[in-house]
Design a protein around this ligand. Structure first.
Ligand code: E4P
Length: 237
């Protein structure tokens, strides 16, 4: 399963790129609103200079022409831009026009397998079911991921299921088991995936035992040197 970072924060993206596990980035207007000082276009260009993986840039227009105008402008920023289009009648038309123009799309705000199926038929290269937002309203969001992954496999559709709205590390394991091709997650959740209290205590224990072993060796070597020195200076021998 590929891992995308769900953020517009450049430093977070640089950090995860250094870890060697970054396959792409998803942004949206809410994530962009948390950054400051740069235009959305400049943020996207900066992200695309860090990763060559897909970088999703979301349109805010709700009409077809507006989506096409925004999406075409995003696509000119870098070759790895993927235009994020919301699921709607207008979104389907825009995605199908983008597909004709060779512009890749990520269909966002998917909450049912049927919506995902339609987006795939319209030519979206990524389908983004929102797991956490369904969980928030007491529905099992992972069911949509599993159903969509099965539909894509059964019908050999040329698209990928991107588990989005990931809120915790358990979601990541479940998305991988459900057959998601990609999961996009916040930096905070990624850091939670790295840590385990037994890993932390294990590292501390190994360091402590290593230091004890070195001290014991140093003490033994120090004792031997003293013995040799004492033997060498014995009077009359
Ligand atoms: C990513 O493509 C989505 O926009 C994002 O995962 C939504 O997450 P949220 O539901 O936590 O806002």
């Amino acid at each position: 399963m590929k891992i995308f970072l769900d953020t517009a924060d450049i430093e977070e993206i640089r950090t995860v790129a250094r870890w060697g596990i970054l396959d792409g980035v998803t942004t949206n207007p809410t994530l962009f609103s948390k950054t400051s000082g740069m235009s959305y276009e400049d943020v996207l260009k900066e992200i695309c200079s860090i990763t060559s993986g897909p970088v999703s840039a979301e349109v805010v227009a709700e009409d077809v022409d507006g989506m096409l105008t925004e999406g075409r402008a995003f696509a000119k920023l870098a070759p790895n831009i993927v235009v994020k289009v919301p699921m709607s009648e207008e979104g389907l038309e825009a995605m199908s026009r983008f597909a004709d123009e060779g512009i890749k799309t990520n269909c966002t705000l998917i909450f049912t397998a049927n919506q995902g199926l339609l987006a795939a038929k319209a030519g979206a290269s990524l389908l983004s079911p929102f797991v956490g937002r369904l969980d928030d309203i007491n529905q099992d969001g992972m069911i949509v991921v599993r159903e969509l992954a099965e539909i894509v496999a059964i019908h050999e559709l040329d698209t990928e299921v991107l588990a989005a709205s990931i809120r915790n590390p358990v979601h990541m394991t479940q998305a991988a088991l459900a057959g998601a091709h990609v999961a996009t997650l916040p930096f905070k959740v990624l850091k939670q995936m790295v840590r385990h209290p037994l890993t932390d205590s294990g590292i501390t224990q190994f360091r402590s035992d290593w230091e004890k072993a070195r001290e014991a060796l140093a003490a033994r070597d120090g004792g031997r040197k003293k013995e040799v020195a004492a033997t060498a200076t014995k009077p009359g021998e």
